[in-house]
Structure formats: structure tokens, C-alpha cells
Design a protein around this ligand. Structure first.
Ligand SMILES: [Zn+2]
Length: 359
């Protein structure tokens, strides 16, 4: 036994004279070679404990046994290939189950145990879940292992609100087989499809199939919709159909111009005209283009453009190339605004009822 910082290192030697083979379970005594395993164990006196476990490899002499050489097993003390003792693993599992990964790791640190949230979660996930013993009310539905690609079947204990099994496929046979092994099922809650109805008939004929809550609501909503439509038709046979506004084509549609924007445009045109006339006057005096550009606060390129055109620029409105998506968005918002105005404008009671029935 040695200590190093906060680590207590203990060397443990197995002294048994024989060991049972893992496959044939027959005792073997012929030693092949020594073998050493390093294991983490429960802390002691605030120190981490490391066990250096000296075991042996044995020859299996049983005739016909496929495992000729095997490592000595200590099943209660440590699992094959485990890096920690079984008792230490159980402590960590208890910590994780009582809290969660992150919290369990922090609590473990206070108790002198060095571990990580991932390790705690892995230990919890590795625990074999007990098979369901008594399922009175079974919920069954599709389950997606990979979204929209791989589907299976999920089975839920409706009374305990717990998932009890996942079947690798969604077939009538697999579901019926599962139900056959549970004759205690009294109710099967399922969707409206035919597969699970057939599976219930085949696998649990004693059970009563009921629609699950989602589909009960769905049935109810559909029944109400149908009844409402029928009532409306009977109560108002001569009500004129509301006139749908004619939708313009997206490419042709233009938004209504903003008055403030129009004003800005007119002011810009007037300024351009003024610049143009000043340029003509200065040019008549024989002033070079650079000087005219400097005095008017424009570029030489602008002066050259004016000369080429021979008229005041800006009379023609520049039209930006509009994207189809942009036009569509503006059109939709325009339509929505018009509809809202129509919807909330004062209308008579008859009109209002007519509108509400059609929404
Ligand atoms: Zn053997």
C-alpha cells in the first residue's frame, strides 16, 4: 500500500488456486501467465483509491470448449473489462440517480470522488432496465429512430407514464407478438390507423382498444367542423357569397406612393434643373468643365453626362429592378392590411356573422 498526493494505491493479489472458465464454467488450474488490472475503488479517508489487481490467465482444459485461455474472473468484485470495482460503480450510479450528471459530479467532488457528468450518465444508461411486469393500460404508437427515415414502435405504460419498450419496426406482427407476452393488458390506447388495431386484435384480443387523447380531440374537432358547416348551410341558404377581391399579378403590382417621398422627388428635380441652368450659364462664359464641377459641387463625370444628354437629368424616374420575392412580400402585406381594415371596419350584424362564419 502506498500513498501519493491524494491517491492511495493498494496492490491486491488473487490467491485462488483455480478459476472457472467463462463459457464452460469448469474449473481450470493450469496457469498461463500473470495479468494486472488497475481499478478505481471507493475513496478511503478522503483519498482516492486505486487498486492494482494481480490476477492470472488460465488454460481451459475442457474438451470442446472454444475458449482455450481466459483471464481469471472475480464476478462479485469487478466486472470483466471494467475500470472500476462494482461497489464503486454502484456508488456513482446512486449519486447520478439521486441528482443528475452535473450535480452528481459536483457532489462527488465534495465526497472525495473524482468523476465527470458523462461517466455518471453513462453508468445510469448502462443499468439494465427491469422488464415490465404488469401492464394494464398500454399505449402504442409510431416512434422515429431517425426522423422521417427509420421508424419503430414505442410502447408506454399509460398508468405509470413510462416507456416500457421500443420495437425496432412498426409492423402488425412485432406489435402483436409483444402483446401476446402480456395477457394482462386490458386497454390499448392507439392511433386511428389500422396496423395497431389489427395488432391488438391479433395479440391482445381480451383488451379493449381505445383512441389516444390526441385522436379523441382530433375526432371531436372534425365532428364539430362538420356539424358547424351543416348548421351554417341550413341556417343561411340565401346568404350571398362574400366577394373575393381580384388579386393583381405580382409583376404588375406597385405599392401606393408615399406623399412625403413624392415631395422629396420634386425637390430633387428642381435642384437638378437649377444645377443644369447654372452649368449652361457658366459654360457660355467659357469656364472649363473642372471649374464648373467644382463650383456646382458635382463631379466632372456628371457635367459630361449632362453634355451628352443635352437636357436636365432626373426627369425620368429611375426604376429599380425588383425581386419577385420582395414584390410578393409587399403585395402580401398590402393584402393583409386591406383585409384587416375590412375585418375591423364597422359592419352590420348580418355582415359580421357572415364574415365570422367564413373565417
Ligand atoms: Zn472452458
Amino acid at each position: 500500500m502506498t500513498t501519493r498526493d491524494d491517491l492511495l494505491c493498494v496492490e491486491v493479489v488473487s490467491t485462488r488456486s483455480s478459476s472457472r472458465g467463462p463459457l464452460c464454467l469448469q474449473p481450470a488450474m493450469r496457469i498461463h501467465s500473470p495479468y494486472t488490472r488497475v481499478l478505481a475503488d471507493v475513496p478511503c479517508g478522503g483519498l482516492q483509491v486505486q487498486l492494482v489487481l494481480h490476477v492470472r490467465k488460465f488454460f481451459c482444459d475442457t474438451v470442446g470448449c472454444p475458449r482455450k485461455i481466459f483471464t481469471e474472473r472475480l464476478p462479485i468484485f469487478v466486472q470483466p473489462w471494467a475500470r472500476m470495482t462494482t461497489r464503486f460503480s454502484q456508488v456513482l450510479q446512486a449519486l447520478a440517480e439521486a441528482s443528475c450528471g452535473e450535480l452528481g459530479a459536483r457532489l462527488a467532488g465534495r465526497l472525495g470522488i473524482r468523476t465527470s457528468p458523462t461517466t455518471l450518465l453513462r453508468l445510469v444508461m448502462a443499468r439494465p432496465s427491469a422488464p415490465p411486469e404488469h401492464v394494464s393500460s398500454l399505449g402504442i404508437d409510431d416512434f422515429s429512430f431517425r426522423r422521417r427515415r427509420t421508424f419503430g414502435t414505442i410502447l408506454v405504460d399509460v398508468d405509470r407514464h413510462q416507456v416500457i419498450d421500443l420495437l425496432p419496426e412498426r409492423s402488425v406482427k412485432s406489435a402483436a407478438d409483444w402483446m401476446q407476452s402480456h395477457p394482462e393488458i386490458r386497454y390499448v390506447s392507439r392511433d386511428r390507423g389500422n396496423d395497431y388495431a389489427q395488432a391488438t386484435r391479433d395479440g391482445a384480443p381480451q383488451a379493449r382498444a381505445v383512441a389516444d387523447r390526441f385522436h379523441v380531440y382530433k375526432n371531436l374537432v372534425e365532428a364539430i367542423e362538420a356539424a358547424r358547416a351543416r348548421c351554417y348551410k341550413e341556417s343561411s341558404p340565401n346568404l350571398p357569397k362574400p366577394i373575393e377581391p381580384q388579386l393583381p399579378f405580382v409583376k404588375e403590382w406597385r405599392p401606393v406612393r408615399d406623399p412625403a417621398h413624392e415631395q422629396q422627388h420634386a425637390a430633387r428635380l428642381a435642384a437638378n434643373q437649377e444645377h443644369f441652368e447654372s452649368r449652361m450659364a457658366l459654360q457660355k462664359l467659357g469656364i472649363p468643365q473642372q471649374e464648373i464641377a467644382r463650383r456646382l459641387g458635382v463631379t466632372v463625370r456628371t457635367i459630361q453626362n449632362w453634355n451628352r444628354r443635352g437636357s436636365c437629368p432626373g426627369n425620368k424616374r429611375r426604376r429599380k429592378r425588383r425581386s419577385l420575392a420582395g414584390s410578393l412580400c409587399r403585395l402580401c402585406s398590402h393584402q393583409m392590411e386591406a383585409r384587416l381594415q375590412k375585418r375591423f371596419s364597422p359592419v352590420s350584424r348580418d355582415q359580421r356573422e357572415g364574415l365570422s362564419w367564413n373565417r
